[in-house]
Design a protein around this ligand. Structure first.
Ligand SMILES: Cc1cc2nc3c(=O)[nH]c(=O)nc-3n(C[C@H](O)[C@H](O)[C@H](O)COP(=O)(O)OP(=O)(O)OC[C@H]3O[C@@H](n4cnc5c(N)ncnc54)[C@H](O)[C@@H]3O)c2cc1C
Length: 535
């Protein structure tokens, strides 16, 4: 068996950061296992997300179980299966969340996770390339973050419309306050996607002699000796391999796969594991529970006036123009975040911080054979949802075969508060879209459709049409109680030498998108591991 100091399973947003930081010290021998391939040509061009969201070459392509909140539909649950993980296929928006999110984690008993504690890691990860307050922003981290100005007339018009309904412009929602409407900050620089593969596993890192990166390497189970994790067994092609970790195994497989690997290894709910013929190594009833995601209905609007949207820009000669713009200026629709404009708003006066997110996509798309494709009709989409939903679902294995997809149940809208806030979010989206500044666009509401106005009607439409924004978290929750999976040092309760570091450890959903907080978790995990190793 090969020997390493650390084995990291999963080279995604968090795992790539963990492996990068642990291998900075040449004395540490690090093995990084990634089930997916080393790369894919569409990961580099920002617009490539449309080509990867439904692409088995880089995506696990999970789907959820049918449930009442989706009127029995299975929702797509895309997850990156490639070096860089979901950061290599995601929509590229860069959002930290609110200080209150992390303060809340600390108040739950997770020492070291308040915003003041995690801010140094948010700063450490990024090189922010716009003006901003250096008390909040980092300037020399591996991940380049940009803040594109609102060049396109459509964004200027929406920002003005938002102002007309009391939503002010905020130049840096990752700074002192999240409130307001802003262009989406982007993990895009020099026209390329800043995935963690590109930034944390760059050429220099890949050349480190003390770091071995194995791609096409599916971890099948953790090797346990009593209550200690001593290594990992994985499959590369037809070959089954094993390696030992002298210090830690760090599971960074993401919110679907990390609980899967724990369960396959006998760590989880005893009855469930026993029913699948898996010997119980450690009873931890919280493994796979506490699944949270953003259930986000997309309101759709047709645009009657010509020239405003990407439906006009993304065809024929206009598309050629966009290609030139991309190549020579590094901007335009090919170099854009999936939802380039967003607003963080309050559902009611008096709230300490925003609780709803609105995001705008300046085009309509339709389902194509290999993913979404641009619609002929000109229009735009505005999605709107509560940022910190209370409804909780679960993800569990259904057999002992590591290649078998786990069953994912969201239980969306189980909490009455989520129902109420979803309706409010849609009403605020409608208020912006019907504000005077947008009248030159000649908008018509296509979905939910203006006749649907009662709360029950709106929720019925959400159940028929809602999708997630691909932010599953929480399935290996950090905490000290009986349902927690890891402690505040991200050590799995009851098993020595084993940690989980990825979005699955989040106790609650952060207020916004989840890539930046997942990378922060990787950064902080590595710092805690190194501190312990040097003690
Ligand atoms: C389509 C899409 C759009 C999104 N848009 C945005 C956005 O615009 N902004 C934003 O902030 N967030 C966005 N997100 C969410 C964000 O990207 C994720 O929350 C974040 O990347 C999660 O990081 P992670 O480290 O937890 O997991 P991941 O990045 O998913 O990494 C897990 C890695 O582990 C590997 N792995 C899993 N199991 C095994 C195993 N058994 N053996 C070996 N390797 C394994 C996987 O292949 C993967 O590479 C989006 C996600 C998706 C899918």
């Amino acid at each position: 068996m090969d020997e390493y100091d650390f084995i990291v399973v999963g080279a995604g947003s968090a795992g790539a950061a963990v492996a990068h930081r642990l291998s900075e010290d040449p004395r540490h021998r690090v093995l990084l296992l990634e089930a997916g391939p080393a790369g894919h040509h569409w990961t580099h061009i920002p617009i490539g997300y449309a080509k990867l969201i439904n692409n088995p070459a880089a995506n696990w392509l999970y789907s959820s179980e049918p449930e009442p909140s989706t009127h029995g539909r299975r929702l797509p649950v895309p997850r990156g299966r490639i070096l860089g993980g979901s950061s290599a296929i995601n929509g590229l928006a860069f959002v930290r969340g609110q200080a209150q999110d992390f303060d809340g984690w600390a108040q739950m008993g997770n020492a070291g996770w308040s915003y003041a504690d995690v801010l140094p890691y948010f700063k450490r990860m990024e090189s922010y390339e716009a003006s901003g307050d250096d008390a909040y922003r980092g300037r020399s981290g591996p991940l380049r973050v940009t803040n594109p100005p609102p060049r396109e007339p459509i964004f200027q018009a929406i920002i003005k419309a938002a102002g007309e309904v009391g939503i002010r412009y905020n130049p840096d929602y990752n700074g002192a306050t999240q409130d307001g409407i802003a262009m989406s900050q982007a993990s895009i620089a020099s026209r390329r996607r800043m995935s963690t593969a590109a930034c944390y596993l760059d050429a220099a890192t890949r050349r480190r002699p003390n770091l071995r990166i194995a791609t096409g390497a599916l971890a099948e189970r953790l090797l346990l000796e009593g209550k200690r994790c001593i290594g990992v067994r994985w499959r590369e092609g037809d070959t089954v391999r094993e390696a030992r970790a002298g210090r830690d195994v760090v599971v960074s497989g993401g919110s679907i796969n990390s609980p899967q690997l724990l369960e396959l290894s006998g760590i989880g709910q005893p009855d469930r594991l026993a029913s699948l013929g898996i010997a119980v190594a450690q009873a931890l009833p919280g493994v796979g529970e506490n699944l949270r995601d953003h259930y986000a209905p997309r309101t759709r609007w047709s645009v009657g006036a010509p020239g405003w949207t990407n439906n006009d820009r993304g065809r024929g000669l206009n598309l050629v123009g966009q290609a030139f713009r991309y190549l020579f200026m590094g901007n335009g629709m090919l170099a854009s975040v999936a939802a380039p404009l967003r607003a963080f708003v309050r559902s009611r006066e008096g709230l300490e911080a925003p609780d709803l997110l609105l995001g705008w996509v300046p085009m309509l798309s339709v389902a194509g054979p290999t993913g979404p494709k641009i619609a002929k009709e000109s229009g735009m989409t505005c999605y709107a949802h509560p940022m910190r939903p209370e409804s909780k679902g679960h993800v569990h294995i259904t057999g002992a075969d590591p290649r078998q997809p786990p069953a994912i149940t969201f239980n969306f809208l189980a909490s009455p508060a989520d129902v109420e806030l979803t309706v409010k979010a849609i009403r605020i989206a409608r208020a912006v879209m019907t504000a005077p500044a947008l009248s030159p666009l000649r908008l018509t509401e296509l979905a939910p459709g203006a006749p649907l106005n009662g709360d029950d009607e709106i929720i019925d439409w959400v159940k028929r049409a809602g999708e997630t924004t691909y932010h599953p978290v929480g399935t290996c929750r950090m905490g000290q109680d009986g349902m927690a999976v890891v402690d505040a040092q991200l050590r799995v309760h009851g098993i020595a030498g084993l940690r989980v570091a990825d979005a699955s450890i989040m106790p609650t959903l952060t207020s916004g998108n989840t890539n930046a907080p997942s990378i922060m978790i990787g950064e902080k995990a590595a710092a805690m591991i190194l501190e312990q190793a040097s003690a």
